[in-house]
Ligand binder design. Structure first.
Ligand code: NAD
Length: 325
């Protein structure tokens, strides 16, 4: 099968590329390298089944260069904590339109990367695909990311109704692992590991009792492959996440990572940073997925506990750090 992957040099994109090439597919990857890195795709640049286009997706005519059965749209601007709301809203929307137009023109299926953030602060847990989106006020910039993805989901579904767009929407819950950005852009686990490696204290925001349910990248990729290739995934939405039993508070995540890096974390302290430091900010206090739908319809089964996934991630990040240092 021929597939286009946008954001191919990013964390999920590069791991997906590896899996698709392994299965013998033909992949065209696009990335403007705003956040991803060429290193992430370096092992595959000579593969005859892979073509890389370094460009901004919104550049006129970029997608005209190619045609595919499926477009997996991963490129996106995320809002790290309290800034970049304009870019998040503007760029995510522009990219979405370009990709949808292309899918409709070529009758390609769109596989879209949405987020657990669209459930917002809904107190009814766990979150299943029909759960409500409960976002905070528009004056809190952090909701711009969730809003851009909510708009995208509605726009995709509207295009299905009006123009017969074929789609699958995936809602990721805190995916982590090798090739991830090692700053806050990659999430708390990336930042915590990196701080320890650089001998800096770990910053935990708020009281640290907010929870997340993290998903190791190989499990995320298993879910994405099912969304791309399983015919039952057509025109459906799926949570892609670990089991709800893996829910953990952020303070315990920090402590777990310290325990897994006993030597390097000896002199590291955990510093609590009040949310007020970020201006007008709201956090999601608990985030717990319901993955019954993807399990029963597509046969998805997460394989990695948080402990196991963190060990693998730390191993990768230590290696990366030692090359740079
Ligand atoms: N990683 C997670 O846990 C998670 C959770 C929820 C949703 N998502 C979504 O999954 C997708 C992939 O996430 P990721 O963690 O791999 O992010 P990432 O930032 O590592 O990768 C995104 C890639 O898109 C590229 N990009 C951004 N704007 C572009 C543009 N205009 N033109 C071309 N390339 C562009 C970046 O350079 C980067 O390589 C995103 O849409 C994200 O919103 C991820």
């Amino acid at each position: 099968m021929k597939l286009i992957v946008t954001g191919v040099c990013g964390f999920i994109g590069s791991n997906l590329l590896k899996a698709l090439l392994k299965e013998g597919h033909n992949v065209v990857g696009i990335d403007n390298l705003s956040y991803g890195s060429i290193e992430n795709i370096a092992p595959f640049t000579k593969d005859e089944n892979f073509q890389f286009i370094q460009a901004d997706l919104c550049e006129k005519g970029i997608l005209d260069q190619t045609k595919a059965d499926v477009i997996i749209h991963l490129a996106s601007f995320k809002i790290p904590r309290y800034t970049n709301a304009f870019q998040t809203l503007e760029e995510n929307n522009k990219m979405l339109k370009v990709v949808i137009e292309k899918c409709i023109k070529d009758d390609s299926k769109l596989v879209f990367s949405s987020t657990s953030d669209i459930y917002g602060k809904n107190p009814d847990l766990p979150y299943h695909e029909e759960s409500n989106s409960v976002l905070g006020p528009t004056t809190v910039k952090r909701w711009a990311y969730a809003l851009s993805k909510l708009y995208a989901e509605q726009y995709i579904i509207a295009n299905h109704a009006e123009c017969n767009l074929k789609y699958t929407i995936m809602r990721f819950f805190g995916s982590y692992g090798p090739n991830q950005n090692t700053t806050w852009w990659g999430g708390p686990q990336s930042a915590f590991i990196q701080n320890i490696l650089e001998g800096k204290n770990i910053e935990v925001h708020g009281d640290g009792l907010q929870t997340r349910t993290f998903t190791y990248i190989d499990d995320t990729i298993q879910g994405i492959l099912k969304c791309i290739f399983n015919p039952k995934a057509l025109n459906e939405i799926f949570n892609i996440a670990n089991d709800a039993s893996e829910e953990i508070t952020i303070i315990d995540l920090a402590k777990t990572i310290c325990k897994l890096m006993p030597e390097s974390s000896k002199s590291i302290e955990i510093e609590m940073v009040p949310y007020q430091k970020f201006g007008k900010y709201e956090d999601v206090l608990r985030r717990v997925p319901d993955i019954k739908k993807i399990k029963t319809m597509l046969g998805f089964e997460p394989k990695y506990t948080l402990q196991e996934g963190l060990k693998r991630t730390i191993e990768w990040q230590v290696k990366k750090h030692s090359v740079i240092a």
